[in-house]
Design a protein around this ligand. Structure first.
Ligand code: RAT
Ligand code: ZN
Length: 421
């Protein structure tokens, strides 16, 4: 008898769900990691883990030093200060601190001695190629979607030269400067040979589309992507909304790829913290509703940063099949919130969403971000399949596997394949 089609006994359901969640490989649809061809842009290792901007923000709850002095220090010294503040002088119980320890523990690094230098030594034994493979194996991640900006000089030159793609890394075309600071970006486009003017004339729009087309052909991205402030409005007369309507939406439709919107960031609430200085704000989701309603043949994928927006976003996804929601982003990537949000999404959307992305900026973070998320997702699903089993609907292993594959990348692939006719 094929064990996959064996009906489980009711008390076997929980174990089958836990096992499937633990072993199903994940397609991570939003990270800040890079194909190894980008060299130093791909961050990894203990000093990078410690100087992650989530930890920088937390360490300044304790470090009493001018921000500018901290930024002048070499990265190794910054890492030591953070280690001392967050791991030695206080117990590392925040989610980001615990993440460093989960990562080290799963890698087999002994952290009991609390000795940063011996941890550093462990990392010197690795080369990057092997380390990518090891981290992906431990995280059970099968593909990593990068965040790729043509406006980043270092990154741009690698794309322009061309390189053999590592098939594990897919691209996401990130265009924040185009939409958020047109006043300074149009001159850049002009410099690159696109005949744009400051005014959004029909000719300028067609040149913006040519720019998007060139980069879409170069990168082969899974989507076009932007993160937006909490005051995002659509439709509107401002440049961002006009560019979305006249250039981005038609571009995404032409290339058959989604437009990823990530609203809710309050950029640089404290500029002294640099990358760690962004905050969160609640968004009026009628902007997303209007986009979905006005362009029903265009696909949108969305994650929102504010907890208060989560329920509305789920309801919106019930109304628009051209909307796919994903991830518990940034300040939401904490077990208690992932639990609440995932539960809400399952209850309102079944399996038609992507519960999590890692947002990893440091390769090794894949290990903890996915380990922690899997634990929570598993807990929610055990409860939900348990509720089903109580009605007499006992899921088979095959059904459980199918469902979890959907949550870990399959639902997103299905969404991308929709024709929306
Ligand atoms: O989560 C993060 O690391 C943030 O800094 C942002 O990068 C955010 O995820 C984004 O993609 O804008
Ligand atoms: Zn991100």
């Amino acid at each position: 008898m094929n064990p996959l089609t064996t009906e489980l006994m009711r008390d076997q359901v929980a174990a089958a769900v836990e096992e499937a969640v633990a072993r199903t490989p994940i397609s991570d649809i939003h990270t800040h990691l890079y194909d190894p061809a980008f060299g130093k842009l791909l961050l990894w290792g203990i000093d990078e883990l410690l100087t992650y901007h989530y930890l920088v923000a937390e360490s300044f709850r304790y470090i009493d030093m001018p921000f500018a002095n901290f930024w002048e220090l070499p990265k190794a010294r910054q890492a030591e200060l953070i280690w001392d503040a967050l791991f030695i002088k206080n117990s590392p119980i925040s989610e980001s601190c615990r993440g460093v320890l989960t990562t080290l523990n799963l890698l087999g690094v002994d952290v009991r001695k609390r000795d940063l230098n011996s941890i550093r030594k462990w990392f010197t034994e690795w080369d990057v190629e092997d380390y990518i493979t090891r981290s992906m194996e431990l995280a059970h991640v099968r593909s990593i979607c990068m965040t790729n900006s043509p406006f980043d000089e270092m990154e741009r030159s690698v794309w322009e030269k061309g390189f053999p793609r590592d098939s594990r890394f897919t691209a996401g075309l990130r265009i924040d400067p185009l939409l958020l600071s047109w006043q300074s970006t149009w001159g850049q486009l002009l410099h690159w040979g696109y005949k744009v003017s400051e005014e959004l004339t029909a000719h300028t729009i067609s040149e913006v589309r040519r720019f998007l087309g060139d980069w879409t052909e170069r990168m082969n991205p899974r989507f076009v992507m932007v993160s937006l402030a909490d005051d995002f409005e659509f439709p509107a007369q401002n440049e961002c909304a006009q560019l979305i309507e006249k250039a981005i939406v038609p571009h995404c439709r032409e290339f058959g790829i989604p437009f990823a919107l990530m609203p809710g960031v309050r950029r640089q609430a404290n500029p002294e913290l640099k990358l760690a200085g962004d905050s969160v704000g609640r968004v009026d989701l009628s902007a997303v509703q209007n986009l979905c309603a006005m362009f029903s043949d265009t696909k949108f994928i969305t994650t929102v940063l504010s907890l208060e927006n989560q329920h509305e976003l789920c309801v919106l996804a019930r109304k628009f099949r051209n909307l796919h929601i994903f991830g518990c982003w940034w300040f939401l990537n904490n077990p208690s919130l992932v639990d609440e949000i995932t539960r809400m999404r399952v209850e309102l959307l079944g399996l038609s969403f992507t519960p999590q992305h890692s947002d990893a900026r440091v390769l090794d973070q894949l290990i903890y971000k996915w380990h922690h998320s899997r634990q929570v997702i598993s807990r929610v699903l055990v409860e939900k399949y348990g509720d089903l089993a109580a009605t007499g609907w006992i899921p088979t292993r095959e059904e459980i596997d199918r469902d979890i594959q959907k949550l870990f990348g399959g639902a997103f692939d299905d969404f991308c394949a929709l024709q929306l006719r």
